[in-house]
Design a protein around this ligand. Structure first.
Ligand code: SF4
Ligand code: SF4
Length: 485
């Protein structure tokens, strides 16, 4: 598989894989000595099994090797010289990377570090064990998703497809399901094409300036949820932040890092650090949980790079989820009442990977009239998990259905979360269930309260954000005036 790096190819010190044959794969030790999963971290696991009930794949299949403990055992086998097998690759690929096991583990096992190192080995040394279809799919995903410019090219054709009614016809026919569950999933979760929003490079605070922050635009967020970025800027401005949005930002590398693509991930990280250099921002704000967890880990990702190690530490120390910085600042702008009942879904990369759980609830609790309901099995992944719902559509769908049932049981008017992938996945699962609950990113709710929007408009706007609707959300411009879009 070719590796498309954004700039400055720095992976030249990786062991070469060209010419690896199937017999090699079957006899060579699974891991080489380039960053194998740390034997010390593997040894931290005492095999107690406390992590098993919260693991989505163990919950689905009850298979030890699809549990955190089983996967750590496979890593130990790899470290002891066992060859990489198709079954090892499958069990590692089956992991959603949700990190529920990290928060569940009483022994502090750093499964996040272990799975990241193992995935790099699998990607470099074991991808030949994957079916051809899977390899082609992964190549296609990485040729598209980390590239906002390429995603932008999809907007026109996708809008035409959605607005022409063809989308409804295709869905009713079930033809995609028969051809490929992955294609059917892509079609079902494809977000409606919103009006594009231009975020100015600098948006000043309203009233007294309290902080200068930078904003990550994201890839999918920028092209398919521009209203969320616009709302993020408005909320930050109203809470006294100057917002700097450096133009020319690329991908943060989250998808690549989580998939073990060890050349791409660090290159994206270096490019993003360069983009924010000289901006002088005190915090770098992220409104997508998966991106935030990766950016907070840049110090680890670039630890071996003498040119970037220190800059990565400085950058990572300034990264905050939008909910963290708003709680840190404390509210100054007036909250208008929103009499709606909200079910809050914890995105795994916010709650498990970043341990950000209380802040979104605190912010929702500051909105007069708003009621928050907890979702049963709240620690369980919804099945989105980066690219998991594309590479593993069937189990992702089962997890989505399970999440939708738990959300529906809350009887809430609105499902709120902080990650675009979760929004797409849960919205589609709720629609499949035939149960209408509007869905929205957390900042859209805060924005509606700060601007005194009619709660019905919020629910209607959220409804329009459903991938099952082709209508555009009225996200408007970043400043709210209507003039900058
Ligand atoms: S990862 Fe932690 S919780 Fe799971 S079996 Fe090992 S020690 Fe126990
Ligand atoms: S990251 Fe999630 S899916 Fe993977 S082993 Fe841990 S709990 Fe299971």
């Amino acid at each position: 598989m070719s590796v498309d790096t954004p700039r400055g190819q720095r992976g030249g010190d990786l062991p070469a894989q060209a010419g690896t044959t199937l017999p090699d794969l079957l006899t060579e030790a699974a891991f080489d000595d380039h960053h194998p999963p740390s034997p010390e971290l593997v040894a931290d696991c005492v095999h107690c099994g406390f992590c098993l009930p919260g693991c989505p794949t163990y919950a689905l299949w009850g298979e030890e090797m699809d549990s955190p403990r089983g996967r750590i055992y496979l890593m130990q086998q790899g470290n002891e010289g066992e060859p990489m097998s198709a079954s090892m690759v499958r069990h590692i690929d089956n992991c959603l990377g949700c990190m529920a096991c990290v928060t569940a583990c009483p022994s502090g096992v750093q499964y996040d570090k272990l799975i990241e190192a193992t995935r790099q080995q699998v990607e470099r040394r074991g991808s030949g064990h994957r079916p051809l279809r899977d390899r082609v799919l992964r190549a296609a995903i990485f040729a598209l998703f980390p590239h906002p410019g390429r995603l932008r090219l999809l907007r026109g054709p996708l809008a035409l497809y959605q607005r022409s009614g063809l989308s409804r016809l295709v869905r009713r026919s079930g033809v995609l399901e028969r051809i490929s569950p992955t294609l059917a999933t892509m079609e079902a979760v494809a977000p409606p094409v919103e009006r594009q929003v231009r975020i100015p490079p600098f948006m000043p605070a309203r009233g007294e300036r309290r902080m200068t922050v930078g904003l990550l635009l994201g890839c999918v967020q920028r092209e398919f949820y521009p209203g969320v970025n616009a709302a993020t800027v408005r909320v930050l401005n109203l809470e006294g932040c100057d917002v700097v949005t450096p133009p020319g930002q690329g991908c943060c590398g989250a998808l690549s890092v989580h998939s073990g693509r060890e050349r791409e991930g660090p290159d994206y990280a270096r490019a993003l650090i360069d983009t924010f250099t000289e901006t002088g921002v005190e915090r770098i704000i992220v409104n997508s949980a998966g991106c935030g967890s990766t950016m907070k880990d840049y110090a680890h990702l670039l630890a071996d790079d003498p040119d970037y190690a220190e800059r990565a530490r400085d950058f990572a120390a300034r990264v905050r989820d939008i909910s963290e910085v708003l709680v840190e600042l404390g509210p100054v702008a007036r909250r208008h009442p929103l009499p709606v009942t909200v079910a809050y879904h914890d995105a795994c990369h916010l709650s498990h990977a970043q341990r950000v759980r209380s802040q979104p609830r605190q912010l929702l609790g500051q909105v007069p009239g708003l009621t928050v309901r907890e979702v049963a099995e709240g620690d369980m992944c919804c099945g989105s998990a980066g690219i998991y719902n594309l590479t593993h559509p069937e189990p992702a769908r089962e997890l989505g259905d399970r999440k939708a049932a738990n959300v529906a049981a809350t009887q809430a008017d609105l499902l709120v979360t902080s990650n675009p992938g979760c929004l797409l996945q849960i919205t589609d699962a709720l629609a499949r269930r035939g149960r209408h609950i509007a869905t929205a990113h957390l900042v859209l709710v805060l924005d509606a309260s700060l601007r005194g929007k009619d709660p019905d408009a919020l629910l209607r706007g959220a409804e329009k954000a459903s991938p099952r609707s082709a209508a555009a959300t009225g996200a408007g411009c970043a400043c709210g005036s209507g003039g900058c879009g």
